[in-house]
Design a protein around this ligand. Structure first.
Ligand code: FES
Length: 95
């Protein structure tokens, strides 16, 4: 199954395979997001989800804790290195 990402403000888009991490999908669209550990623990890769949050993997307690430590609202931000796009379209703001 295919999915789609749009990265703002660059307004770059890509069609990707469902199951791709947000970080990789953004890379495919041509926007390299800031990242660090790539292990869901530093919070550097947090991105704002503009729309399509329902198409992402559900929030875990671990991710929620990392986001909150970074001062990011888990209802609005997700860790791009450890959250997969499951279906449909998402729009994010690059970090
Ligand atoms: S790069 Fe560290 S949490 Fe994603």
């Amino acid at each position: 199954m295919r999915a789609k990402i749009t990265v703002l403000p660059e307004n770059k888009q890509a069609e990707i395979d469902a199951g791709e991490y947000i970080l990789n999908a953004s890379d495919i669209a041509g926007v390299i997001l800031n990242s660090g550990c790539l292990k869901c623990s530093c919070g550097t890769c947090a991105v704002e989800i503009v729309s399509g949050g329902e198409n992402l993997e559900p929030l875990t307690n671990k991710e929620k804790a990392v986001l909150e430590k970074k001062g990011k609202n888990p209802q609005q931000y997700r860790l791009s290195c450890c959250v997969k796009i499951l279906k449909g379209e998402i729009v994010i703001k690059s970090n």
